[in-house]
Design a protein around this ligand. Structure first.
Ligand code: CTP
Ligand code: CA
Length: 229
């Protein structure tokens, strides 16, 4: 049986991938955003097509052309990403949340451009927390057999190292697999390369050596396939 890159082991499967970083608007022209490029999500979508899957890609602000053979849905905000992911997840055999949704959004959005004051003062921005899409689709599963995959970029801190924080996040989110990146050295954003450890709710831990984002994508699909079988 052929496995990994070159296999048709996703044939007949419908997979959903989210990619990019969401924007939260302060007014019609300004937003809070993040540095996610969407490259890992694009690599996941391409790898899944190559392995025979039907792929839906929900993309938040990604400056890349649609990958061939993929249904691409473009969104901007976390609220839009949530609506598209929740709706497409109902028909998906696997969901991979490679997007970086903004954790916070401005409590209010001005409908007209915020003007600066003559006295040199600046406004304060009150933030509220966004809904956690991965936790929502994992906690309220519409399909018991679907494999749900999250990502976690961690630096490690006083409370634990990268993998300890990853294990805690996997338990909190209740997804099936969590792809943990150590970002303490910087230089993943927009980089063609990545390395990761894939943690499973079943206790598995698979190290993916430094390589292209395509290689990391195939390693993730390998673990999704292993979870189904
Ligand atoms: N995620 C999500 N919805 C959010 C935030 C994150 O679905 N509002 C998903 C991401 O797509 C990723 C996973 O959750 O797959 C982990 O994201 P991360 O930012 O590491 O987790 P957070 O719970 O936001 O925790 P932290 O405080 O470490 O940022
Ligand atoms: Ca976050």
């Amino acid at each position: 049986l052929l496995r990994g890159r070159g296999a048709a082991d996703l044939a007949g499967r419908h997979v959903l991938v989210s990619a990019g970083g969401t924007r939260e608007y302060l007014d019609p022209v300004r937003f809070l955003g993040n540095r996610s490029s969407g490259l890992q999500g694009w690599a996941l979508a391409r790898a899944a097509v190559a392995r025979g899957a039907e792929v839906t890609l929900v993309a938040a602000n990604v400056a890349l052309p649609d990958p061939a053979g993929v249904k691409v849905v473009r969104v901007e905000t976390t609220a839009e990403l949530r609506a598209e992911v929740v709706s497409a997840a109902a028909g998906a055999d696997a969901v991979v949340m490679a997007a970086a949704p903004a954790d916070f959004r401005p409590a209010a959005q001005a409908t007209t451009k915020i003007k600066k004051a003559d006295d040199g003062s600046a406004p304060s921005i009150e933030l509220v927390q966004n809904p956690d899409i991965l936790a929502e689709i994992s906690h309220e599963r519409v399909r018991a057999d679907a494999v749900i995959v999250g990502f976690a970029a961690e630096t490690g801190d006083a409370t634990g190292d990268v993998l300890t924080l990853g294990r805690a996040k996997l338990a909190r989110k209740r997804c099936d697999l969590l792809v943990v990146n150590d970002v303490s050295g910087g230089a993943v954003f927009g980089s063609p390369e990545n390395e990761a450890v894939i943690l499973g709710a079943d206790g598995r831990s698979v190290a993916v050596p430094r390589g292209t984002k395509a290689a990391v994508a195939h390693a993730i699909w390998d673990q999704v396939v292993a979870t189904w079988s």
